[in-house]
Ligand binder design. Structure first.
Ligand SMILES: [Zn+2]
Ligand SMILES: [Zn+2]
Length: 117
């Protein structure tokens, strides 16, 4: 059995064991990844740095991807927000997005619909 199969079959047990392991390390003031003394939170300095770097590069990658998507949408007459094809009377954003936003605004109490009664 591969470790992948084992993980699928015993997922809860694997996660529970990992949590117990992390918990015991946390209580002992050790890094949950490498057992070095933890500096802040549950990580040692080098693991903390690695995590931060990974988060930063992931974020940068997502931002880059989003930007490319949006450029593509602008160039292809698609909604800037969701990528739906724009109708003739729609500019930049599709009606679905606009209605959704104003609906959210109403829910939050920012904007109020005019009631014609
Ligand atoms: Zn560490
Ligand atoms: Zn849209």
């Amino acid at each position: 059995m591969s470790s992948r199969d084992y993980y699928v079959l015993h997922r809860d047990a694997v996660i529970a064991r990992a949590k117990r392991y992390q918990q015991s390390h946390r209580e002992a003031g050790m890094c949950i990844f490498c057992s070095n003394p933890a500096i802040k939170r549950s990580y040692c300095e080098s693991c903390e740095r690695k995590l931060n770097e990974r988060a930063r590069s992931k974020r940068a990658y997502n931002i880059k991807l989003q930007r490319q998507y949006k450029q593509f949408r602008l160039a292809h007459n698609q909604c800037y927000n969701c990528g739906a094809p724009l109708m003739d009377d729609e500019t930049k954003y599709c009606i679905t997005c606009k209605v959704g936003w104003s609906h959210n605004a109403v829910v939050k109490g920012v904007l109020k619909y005019e009631t014609a009664d």
